[in-house]
Design a protein. Structure first.
Length: 255
């Protein structure tokens, strides 16, 4: 038994020495950890792609890139949730706020389509951790965080996603939007994120909910701004991309 153990020990030491002495090859480029998204279509300024999620679900999204976009360079990245049923048509509509001025000011804008029509506060939010990880691999984030925005149902979605993973976001803008009851109870998680809210004066039920949200964030010590836009309804037509990006640019890291 002792002889066998000694032989094994010598063999083990020789093998280790050989492993140390063997020269290693120069490592090649690190492979992308995710499959490349599939290009679907270009619609004006928006390019549509789709990703297959880990469970096999296809998640479509639109992207607007800066004019001078350079692959691998860091950019401010806006995750913009669309209104209504959160379809591709609603992504197109929501991009009226975000696309043109975002492109001019050097932002990457990403707007997801609700898979199977399941809204991003009614079940499809479960895809966001994986989706954001993959988007960040494609578009490295300025300051290491996304900016978050949404219109109507997109604003509600923004609160859901922000309370799920607040560390991922540098700002939240809702035009309009408010948290669902479950998310309202989680607002303490957002006290480190500047929250900007816009709502039309005539959109009375949303004014009430958004005022309650602003009051609660203020009570919790958060940074919140609520603007009730005179003579406007649910769709705030007088609000411009310039106004919104003036606010977003103020929240950029190092600005």
């Amino acid at each position: 038994m002792k002889k066998s153990w000694l032989g094994f020990s010598i063999f083990f030491l020789v093998a280790c020495a050989s492993a140390v002495a063997t020269p290693t090859s120069t490592p090649g480029p690190t492979p992308t950890p995710f499959p490349a998204p599939e290009l679907l279509q270009e619609v004006g300024m928006i390019t549509y792609f789709q990703m297959m999620m880990a469970d096999g679900t296809l998640l479509e999204y639109g992207v607007v890139l800066p004019d001078d976009f350079v692959d691998g360079q860091t950019y401010p990245v806006l995750l913009a949730f669309p209104p209504g049923v959160q379809s591709r048509a609603m992504v197109n509509a929501g991009m009226d706020y975000w696309a043109e001025v975002g492109q001019e000011r050097g932002w990457v804008v990403v707007s997801p389509v609700a898979p199977g029509g399941v809204l991003f506060f009614d079940g499809s939010e479960k895809y966001m951790p994986e989706f954001l990880q993959r988007i960040e691999a494609l578009y490295p984030l300025e300051g290491g965080q996304f900016h978050l925005a949404g219109i109507s149902n997109g604003g509600i979605s923004s609160f859901r996603i922000a309370t799920m993973m607040p560390e991922k976001f540098a700002s939240l803008t809702a035009v309009p939007g408010f948290p669902q009851p479950f998310d309202f109870e989680q607002l303490a998680k957002l006290t480190q994120i500047p929250v900007t809210l816009f709502v039309g004066e005539n959109d009375t039920s949303w004014v009430e909910r958004m005022t309650a949200t602003a009051d609660e964030l203020e009570r919790l010590g958060g940074q919140v701004s609520l603007t009730v836009v005179p003579n406007e309804g649910h769709v705030i037509r007088s609000l411009t991309g310039e106004t919104l990006y003036d606010i977003l640019d103020a929240f950029r890291a190092g600005k």
